[in-house]
Design a protein around this ligand. Structure first.
Ligand code: AMP
Ligand code: MG
Length: 406
């Protein structure tokens, strides 16, 4: 690790440096599908079934042999097949089978006509529209074959993946064990909401956002509360946190005035990676180790803590948890007003994206952008990533907030 007191590291270099040093937790557990939401798959899932598992009807209607059909003929109905109740009798040449959606199509029949395209007569069924050969059948294995990889290791099990696993009849899955992350706020001025404030004090807000985001990431949060700016207490807390958690996140105490306690403790108990990232908000951001656990030191200013967590810590923890890393989706939007850039730093401004009457994506600022001003963050739905001044009406990059903050 190289230490970079002089000059801040670029956001991209900071991410690359962190990700290169993080190895996913290796322990795996098996969880039932019913509690698997949010867990990260530890291995590829291979399909034990063909999907569909048998030829079946996509419609309520009549199954028949296409070769038997002539315009104007009436087909007698030889029987009925329901979902879960296959028809096992014979179907004579020229006859058809009444069939419901999901019912097995017997071998030999190759086409289904939907009920709405038929008429009943006393002798059977007359087709009122010309059928198409092989229509309305969902064929065995047309989506998935036995042995196909349906989900890859590192996938987070969300509401789209869980039904797929259930479809394949899998009652449980092998996942990475949940991460445990310790968090605490540092600062003599910090008080718990619900307690009175004395002169010069403020309420601790940072832990509430960080814990909420950790929860949404499926991470167990070990919340150590507020620790005063006292080296002995900080030291004890760091040691305790390193004994119980996979990673440690603090806020405050990494800006120039206070950096020394944290930095000295890192030097004593672990190692210092980097200390400053060229982003706004959030230039002071520390990465290192306490014992063998990853340490992320967020700036104290609430918006800075939030934005650095989102942009830097989130991808790092996703990798530690075993998740495949996916770069955030960033797209161009039209600036509804001028955006001023920060000199030599990427500015992650808080904005609101919408679609105008011409169908174009536009973005506006949600208000004053001070690094302690949470109202504009709360009102935002995206980051406006400002690297250079952006004149009104021109294109700027935006990143819609993901599920961890919504
Ligand atoms: P620091 O990074 O410790 O120098 O703090 C920078 C600014 O953020 C100061 O105004 C602190 O009072 C404020 N701050 C630090 N920690 C928190 C916190 N947990 N909640 C709210 N504000 C904080
Ligand atoms: Mg402080």
């Amino acid at each position: 690790m190289s230490c970079c007191d002089a000059g801040a590291m670029s956001v991209q270099d900071a991410l690359t440096t962190m990700l290169a040093q993080i190895t996913p937790v290796s322990a795996h557990i098996t969880v039932p599908l019913t509690t698997a939401q949010g867990h990260i798959l530890a291995e590829n899932v291979l399909s034990p079934l063909n999907m569909p598992p048998f030829d079946n009807s996509a419609m309520d209607g009549y199954a028949f042999r296409f070769a038997d059909w002539r315009d104007g003929i009436v087909m007698p109905v030889a029987g009925t097949a329901l979902a879960g109740q296959p028809f096992s009798g014979e179907i004579p040449v020229g006859a058809c089978l009444r069939i419901m959606t999901g019912a097995q199509v017997p071998a030999g029949l190759d086409t289904v006509i939907m009920q709405e395209h038929t008429a009943q007569t006393s002798e059977g069924v007359l087709f009122t529209q010309q059928p198409k050969a092989k229509a309305n059948i969902r064929y065995l294995g047309e989506e998935i074959r036995i042995g196909d990889v349906v989900l890859t290791a590192g996938t987070r099990l969300h509401a789209r993946a869980l039904p797929l696993l259930a479809t394949l009849g899998l009652p449980e899955v092998k996942v990475h064990r949940r991460l445990k992350v310790a968090i605490f706020s540092t600062g003599d001025e910090l008080k718990l909401p619900g307690t009175p404030l004395h002169e010069g004090e403020i309420y601790d807000s940072n832990r509430y956002g960080i814990e909420a985001m950790l929860n949404r990431m499926g991470i167990e949060c070990l919340n150590f509360g507020i620790i005063p700016d006292d080296p002995a207490q900080l030291r004890d807390t760091f040691i305790q946190a390193a004994q119980t958690a996979d990673a440690i996140i603090t806020s405050g105490g990494v800006s120039v005035g206070e950096a020394d306690y944290t930095k000295d403790l890192l030097l004593e108990l672990g190692e210092v990676g980097f200390w400053s990232v060229a982003m706004k908000p959030g230039k002071p951001f520390a990465f290192g180790k306490i014992r063998d656990k990853h340490f992320f030191g967020l700036p104290g200013n609430p918006v800075s803590a939030f934005v650095t967590f989102y942009q830097l810590v989130q991808p790092a923890l996703r990798k530690l948890a075993g998740e495949i890393s996916v770069a955030p989706l960033r797209i161009p939007a039209i600036a509804e007003h001028n955006f001023r850039s920060a000199k030599n730093r990427v500015d992650f401004q808080r904005g609101y994206m919408s679609v105008n009457t011409e169908g174009q994506i536009t973005v506006r600022s949600t208000g004053a952008q001070g690094s302690g001003m949470f109202t504009s963050l709360c009102a935002a739905n995206c980051f406006v990533i400002v690297e250079n001044d952006v004149p009104v009406g021109t294109s700027v990059t935006v990143e819609l907030f993901n599920e961890i903050v919504n």
